[in-house]
Each structure stands twice: as C-alpha cells, then as structure tokens.
Design a protein. Structure first.
Length: 413
C-alpha cells in the first residue's frame, strides 16, 4: 500500500502557522495544490516568522492591520509575489531583500512609520502601484526613477522637502500624489517629462511657484494645487487642454489669466479663498464647466458673460462683496446650487425666476429687502435660506410654493 504524500505547500503552511498565534482569513491554492495566496490581516502579529520564506509559490500576501515593526529578510525569497499588502502596521524600515521580489506589481506600505526607503527599491522594475502615504519619509531615493512600469505613486502625508530629479524618468506614471508634505516648496522641472500623467495632487504643501514645464503634462485630467502659497500660475498651465478638474482654492492668487479660456474641457474649477477682485470675461469660454466655486475672495461684480456657462450646475460665490447680480443670470438654466450668502446684495433680479432647475439657494447675510414674486416659478427648489437680511414679508406666491413643495425656508423677519 502506497502512503499518500502530504501536499508540500500545505505542510509548509501548517508549519508556518505553528509559529504564529492566529488563523488566516484566507489561504488560496491552485489546481496543482500550490499555495498562491495568504491573508494574515488583523491577527495582531508583532513579528513575521522567518518560515514565511518557505511559502515560495505565494503570488499575493496580505499582512495589513497588524503590529509589525520589522520584516524578516526571508520575505525576499517569495519571488513569485505580485501583490504585497503591508499597510496599517508599525514598520520603520524595509529589508533590502525586498528588492528580490522582481515580479511584484502592487506594494502597499501606507500608514506605517517609515522614515526612509532602501535604494534597492529601484530593482522592483515590475511595480505598477507603490503606495507610501501616511509615513514619515523625508526623502525619496534617486533609484525610484528606475521603476519604469510604475503607474501610481502615492506619497501623500509624509515629510518630504524635495523630490529627486529622477522622478521625471517614470514615463508610465498615471497618478502622482504629493499632497500634505508641509515642507515641500517646489517640484523639479523634470516633472514635465511625465507625459502620461492624468492626475497630479499637490494640495496642502508650501509651494510658492510651479515650474513652467508643468505645461508639458498634456495628458492631465486632474490638477489639485489647493492649500499652497501660490501667488501666480505659469502661463504654460494653459497648455493643459484636456484638464477636467483644476483646484486652486486656498492660495494667494490675485488674478486669473484670460488664457484660462484655453482649458475648454474643464468641468470643475475651484478658486475659493484667494485674493481675486474680478473674474475674467473669458471664463465664459469654458462651456463644459459644471462647478465653479469662487467663495471668500474680493469680487464686487460678475461679468455678464459668465452667464453663458449654461451647463453649470453649482456656483459658489459666498463671502465676497457683490452688490448686485446681472439679469443675465437667468441664462444659467442648468444651475441647481447657488450660494450667495455673506455678500452685500440689496436686490435680486426677477429674471432669477427662470432658473427652474434650482434646488438650493442660499442668500443669508446680505441686505436684501424683498424677494421677487417670480421666485414662485422655482418649482424644483428644496432649500431657500434668507436669514439676516432686510426682508419684512414674502410674496404669497412664494409662501404657497413653500407649502406645496415642502420647501425648507429659513428667514429672519
């Protein structure tokens, strides 16, 4: 009688499990009995036994949400790995042997305590995703430029003060997140070489200027520059003709170039909390714009041409110094949200009654004396805020609309 030999990988897994206190969430075997996946998340592991290196057929390994501070060098023996999830641990360093995982495509290391990366990380040439956000990194090794297949690099919420010029060698990069690095004051000109980039996130840094080479990123769809110290934008930014989202809020911009009209694909433009005193009439060329936010600036009036944005759905103009609205605002027939609170408006154009898609209208903290009876045509309106104005009564037709639509109406009379 022939003895049945135990499955090799099963035996190795059983041996490994004797070294840890916990049961895997999942173990995956292929048809040949090879262990290809192992889920060890949330087991409160404080160390990873060296025997992990015996599981050489693993293609994915999940170690997220443990208490790991270090990793064994034997991890480098898992040369078939293409996914390694190490996020939400307490790792403060990585073993250089990690560089032996040359088939690795996804490496998630976010929410750890890493202060540096080994230069050998550049040997992970198959990497497509490298997520390092929420660590304590102060620098990135120049070897990162060797990750020629990288598509997503997330370095948000670290302590970076500069980037290596070699970052410009990541020719396949699609998304780069550098947000919330408090000491980051600039990005290298070589950033302009990332011609495949579709999303660039630079919010909450200390940047005072951008290199003109940013205009070479002609594949960009999203650009987030909010919460920086920018006083002006390079003229070349208007070369980003496929840009759909441009976030510039919370900077120190005092003017917006008329060349903004070149960005004809824009759907969202946020200019809030800057030093703008006017909006260029050329903004009317942004025919695809759905959301325009310009709150907390110094606007005293709106160009009549802005009303040509007939696809606009959300317009935020709160906390400016507007004293009136052009009658042409009635052309914004797609508008659903209009925020005009905390301005100096005294009257409202009756033509606003034609904005029949409006669902939310905020007018509180102005100097408005009366509400036009034409507001009774706003049949989609669900919220009307009128507190802290000079209103003494409402047209009966508006009151009837409130009752029929169960409209949320707040007014100080």
């Amino acid at each position: 009688m022939t003895d049945i030999q135990p499955n090799t990988d099963q035996a190795r897994l059983d041996n490994f499990l004797t070294k840890i206190d916990g049961i895997p969430k999942e173990s995956e075997f292929d048809k040949e009995g090879r262990l290809t996946g192992l889920d060890l998340q949330r087991l409160n592991l404080t160390e990873l036994p060296a025997e992990i290196g015996q599981l050489t057929n693993l293609q994915w390994l999940n170690l997220q949400y443990n208490q790991l501070e270090t990793l064994p060098s034997e991890l480098g023996q898992l040369t078939e790995l293409n996914q390694l999830f190490l996020h939400y641990n307490k790792l403060n360093q990585l073993p250089v042997e990690l560089s032996q995982l040359t088939k690795l495509e996804s490496l998630w290391l976010h929410h750890n305590q890493l202060t540096e990366l080994p230069a050998e990380i550049g040997q992970l040439r198959a990497l497509r995703e490298l997520w390092l956000y929420n660590n304590y990194l102060r620098a990135i090794p120049a070897s990162i430029g060797q990750l020629s297949n990288l598509q997503s690099l997330n370095l948000e919420t670290n302590r970076l003060s500069k980037l290596p010029t070699e970052i410009g060698q990541l020719s396949n990069l699609d998304e780069l997140n550098l947000s919330n690095n408090d000491d980051l004051v600039s990005i290298p000109a070589e950033i302009g070489n990332l011609v495949q980039l579709s999303a660039l996130h630079l919010r909450v840094n200390m940047m005072t200027e951008l290199p003109p080479q940013i205009g070479k990123l002609t594949s960009l769809r999203q650009l987030d520059l909010s919460f920086n110290q920018l006083t002006k934008l390079p003229a070349e930014i208007n070369n980003l003709i496929y840009l759909e989202q441009l976030l510039l809020n919370d900077n120190q911009l005092s003017e917006l170039s008329p060349r903004i009209a070149h960005l004809t694909k824009l759907k969202r433009l946020d200019l809030g909390n800057n030093q703008l005193s006017e909006i260029p009439v050329e903004i009317s060329e942004l025919k695809m714009l759905l959301s325009l936010h310009v709150p907390v600036n110094h606007l005293t009036s709106l160009p009549a041409e802005i009303m040509q944005l007939t696809h606009l759905e959300s317009l935020d103009l709160k906390r400016n110094v507007l004293t009136s609205l052009p009658a042409e605002i009635s052309q914004m027939t797609s508008l659903q949200e209009l925020d005009l609170r905390n301005n100096m408006l005294m009257t409202l154009p009756p033509e606003m009654g034609s904005m029949i898609q409006l669902r939310e209208l905020r007018l509180e903290d102005n100097q408005i004396g009366e509400i036009p009876v034409e507001f009774s045509n706003l049949v989609e309106l669900r919220e009307l805020r009128l507190e802290n104005n000079q209103i003494t009564s409402l047209p009966v037709e508006v009151v009837r609309l409130m009752v029929n639509n169960r409209l949320t109406l707040k007014v100080t009379i």
